[in-house]
Design a protein. Sequence first.
Length: 114
Amino acid sequence: MKVACLVLALCIVVAPIAEADRFGFIVYTLDPCYGFLLGSISVASPYCCEAVQKVIDDAVDYDDRLETCECLRDFATLKDVNVVHCAALFALCGIQTPYQITRDINCTKYVYFH
């Protein structure tokens, strides 16, 4: 939970106030994934995958998708995060996205207007 608070604080500091609700939703929703993303467990649980799918499904427009990508990218920059697990999360959960969660992803390149 300490990491969730840190991520939320990071996202809120770097995001305008209007985006803070989106970042808070992502941080809260992905709580079942923190063990996997921090490397303390080696397999993403079904609850984690359901949470990831919920975050992706909730991003209904370009701005939501861009903010989601940026928050996930910012999460991957935290020092205790397992970057290999972050990058593999979507594939392990069977979720198709045009990007992986990495520290250096250019979200504007992979998030499209639909």
